[in-house]
Design a protein around this ligand. Structure first.
Ligand SMILES: C[S@@+](CC[C@H](N)C(=O)[O-])C[C@H]1O[C@@H](n2cnc3c(N)ncnc32)[C@H](O)[C@@H]1O
Length: 143
């Protein structure tokens, strides 16, 4: 809770709390771990694990924003990433990721009990043992 309070306080004045949360999550990864960002948009979150030498996978259902993400990450000199055009609700991975994120209030795209449950079950299946899912939401998902 203390970490959340810090995050909350810095969210609007310090890069949306990026260094605090995303940097810390990335630093929990070993070099062979993989970091997943759901609703990755223009690739902002993916840059954090990549900067720390951790492979990153971004999922978004909009091919245009994925092209923006690709340019953004390439321009930063990164290549150890994968961008997948898919609905996050159709996530089909088995024990692959150490960290999964869904931030910038993107959990709001998954409204209602059925969608929340489906997303959480699929994220859970996609994590390795000891993996961690960090999400940001205006409202708590009801599962
Ligand atoms: C606010 S932007 C992403 C911001 C990004 N998470 C960040 O923190 O910089 C929201 C993105 O969610 C994507 N999106 C919305 N619903 C989705 C879904 N069901 N599956 C995958 N991506 C989705 C949109 O295409 C859009 O690029």
């Amino acid at each position: 809770m203390r970490l959340f309070a810090q995050y909350y306080n810095t969210m609007f004045v310090n890069n949306l709390g990026d260094n605090l949360i995303l940097g810390r999550l990335s630093s929990m990864c070993r070099p062979d771990n993989v970091f997943l960002d759901l609703c990755c948009g223009s690739g902002r979150v993916l840059a954090f694990p990549l900067k720390q030498g951790v492979k990153a996978v971004g999922i978004d259902n909009d091919p245009e924003i994925l092209a923006v993400a690709h340019n953004y990450l390439q321009n930063m000199g990164h290549s150890n990433y994968e961008l997948i055009k898919a609905n996050a609700l159709d996530l089909e991975f088995d024990s692959r990721f150490k960290i999964a994120t869904c931030v910038s209030h993107c959990m709001s795209f998954f409204r209602g009990e059925t969608a929340n449950q489906r997303l959480l079950e699929r994220v859970h299946k996609s994590l390795i043992a000891g993996g961690l899912f960090f999400m940001e939401s205006y409202e708590l998902p009801r599962v």
